[in-house]
Design a protein around this ligand. Structure first.
Ligand code: DGL
Length: 283
């Protein structure tokens, strides 16, 4: 895939997710780093990604990143664990050098894996994520590299992102599936004291998760740790910091109908949102 000549002018920070989940990261980014401009892209028309093959997730994510670069983003955050697990490395190693070696794409798994070592007391950690993220073993690998003493077990939750995309976050059906997968995770290891919500859609199920999780278990909402990590990254990379515009704005793009996106996103973001439609299947 080749890109049109890319502008070197500073631009907004791109935030990408398969659908609504990345809004949970965007909300934290805007809270902790409000000075920057953001361009959010939700591939709602093709969500969920969680059960799709490696090749498909890579192809869709690559299209999204290329699109955000063409919109002027110099830095893109994959606010999606599935895309971070299945596409980030290949994009960084194969596509970026061809497109523009100065641009950067960052994911959400590494910052969360870094944080978990400081949060667990027992050293036993659980991961709730999409089938794709669990099968990739990305969390296990990152955590083992950073905190080799931790014991990690994971549970795939194949329906949770679909529940969120369909606005079914507190229905009896949601309670059944969330309870079932949570129980499967916790019954693997009685010493788990920290559970990573390893899919950016899952914080939208937090009221239900908090109701169903024993009180002595901490649920990790990764948005905060991704924001802190980005703040640290921009401090360490002033050349990239200068390439991010700062007017405090936020724009939204969706591959679905904007009216559907706006209603749901406005609810999740607790703000009035007006998105624009875009198509991504360009290669
Ligand atoms: N929000 C995404 C994640 O963090 C993807 C969910 C999905 O599309 O299945 O994994």
């Amino acid at each position: 895939m080749t890109l049109k000549v890319l502008s070197q002018d500073p631009g907004p920070i791109g935030v990408f997710d398969s659908g609504y989940g990345g809004l949970t990261v965007l909300r934290e980014l805007r809270k902790q780093l409000p000075q920057y401009d953001y361009l959010y892209l939700g591939d709602n028309a093709r969500a969920p990604y969680g059960t799709r093959s490696f090749d498909v997730v890579y192809r869709y994510t690559r299209q999204a990143v290329a699109y955000l670069f063409q919109q002027g983003c110099q830095l893109v955050i994959l606010a999606c664990n599935t895309a971070s697990a299945k596409a980030l490395r290949t994009i960084q190693q194969n596509d970026l050098p061809q497109w523009d070696a100065q641009r950067r794409v960052l994911g959400v798994i590494r910052p969360t894996a870094e944080a978990v070592g400081l949060l667990t007391q027992t050293g036993h950690v659980g991961i709730l994520a999409t089938s794709g993220t669990i099968l990739s073993q990305s969390y296990e690998l990152e955590i083992q590299k950073l905190h080799p003493r931790l014991k990690v077990v994971g549970q795939a939750c194949p329906l949770w992102a679909t529940l969120v995309e369909n606005f079914e976050t507190d229905s009896p059906g949601a309670e059944y599936f969330v309870g079932k997968d949570l129980h499967s995770l916790l019954s693997q290891d009685a010493l788990i004291d920290t559970v990573i919500l390893g899919c950016t859609h899952y914080p939208l199920l937090l009221p239900l998760l908090e109701k169903l999780t024993p009180k002595d278990i901490r649920l990790i909402n990764q948005g905060k740790y991704v924001s802190l990590s980005l703040q640290d990254y921009l401090q360490r990379h002033p050349e990239m910091e200068r390439r991010c515009t700062k007017h405090g704005s936020c724009r939204y793009l969706t591959t679905e109908s904007p009216s559907v996106f706006d209603a749901t996103a406005s609810h999740f973001m607790d703000a009035h949102i007006e998105s624009r439609h875009t198509d991504l299947n360009t290669d």
